[in-house]
Design a binder for this molecule. Structure first.
Ligand code: 13P
Length: 253
């Protein structure tokens, strides 16, 4: 069975103290309340990562992730953080290709490919994001748009590499808007993504890929979304900043 994963993306929120408090609350609730095998990933801002790592150590379900990594291995790139640096303090996951990075920081498919390569070579699991803007959804060309994003950034990888990725479908019109995709819309796209990978890498590899949904996922819609056969979890923004909401989402399978 493929991994079920709920990842919290804090984005650029929370002071160190607030982040530590939130992490302690999440860790206690997950340890006390979670009976199922679900992978929980916390993706705080870079400066909080070591403190978060200390607080989650000892929890068998909770892992540390980053929100981004550089497309360069090392060197004179002021302000950047490499996959090697992330791995050196215990990160296990890294979000790559979030729509906010693509849109506000002009990240290209070529750069995303480099980031995935560096993440994999440092034994980090990339959580690779894709998703269409509203005008593409309204034009009805969303499947072609998303599969093209995936082809361009990822189809150069071998099957051995590809099976180490996690994917996240985040329709841009649903991020931070309160307007979530319906569970049927999510299922339709997740199935299309899985078929796209099956056509290139075979059914067995595609069946093992965890595909997360992101975009206004909350405790009151998570159960419906996670009940769909091709939705393997969530990438959670706003609701990951509240311990009770985040843990209720984790318990929604
Ligand atoms: P929201 O859950 O706030 O809509 O954000 C989703 C997201 O972008 C997670 O990466």
């Amino acid at each position: 069975m493929r991994k079920r994963i709920v990842a919290g993306n804090w984005k650029m929120n929370l002071t160190l103290e607030e982040g530590q408090k939130l992490t302690s609350e999440i860790t206690n609730m997950v340890n006390d309340e979670l009976n199922e095998e679900i992978t929980v990933v916390i993706n705080p801002p870079f400066p909080h990562m070591q403190a978060v790592k200390k607080l989650i150590d000892g929890s068998k379900n909770i892992f540390l992730g980053a929100q981004n990594c550089s497309d360069k291995a090392s060197g004179a790139f002021t302000g950047e953080v490499s996959a090697t640096i992330l791995a050196s303090f215990g990160a296990s996951y890294v979000i790559i290709g979030h729509s906010e990075r693509r849109e506000y920081f002009n990240e290209t498919n070529e750069q995303l490919t480099e980031k995935v390569k560096l993440a994999l070579s440092n034994n980090l699991t990339p959580i690779f994001c894709c998703g269409e803007p509203l005008e593409i959804r309204e034009a009805g060309t969303h499947e072609a748009y998303v599969t093209e994003q995936l082809t361009k950034a990822l189809f150069g990888f071998s099957a051995e590499e590809m099976q180490r990725l996690v994917l996240a479908y985040e329709p841009i019109w649903a991020i931070g808007t309160g307007r979530t995709a319906s569970s049927d819309q999510a299922q339709e796209m997740h199935a299309a993504i899985r078929n796209h990978f099956a056509a290139k890498y075979g059914d067995s590899l595609a069946a093992g890929l965890s595909i997360l949904y992101g975009g206004s996922c909350k405790p009151d819609n998570a159960q419906d979304l996670f009940s769909k056969p091709d939705v393997d979890g969530g990438l959670i923004g706003g609701a990951s900043l509240k311990s009770r909401d985040f843990v209720d989402i984790i318990k929604s399978f």
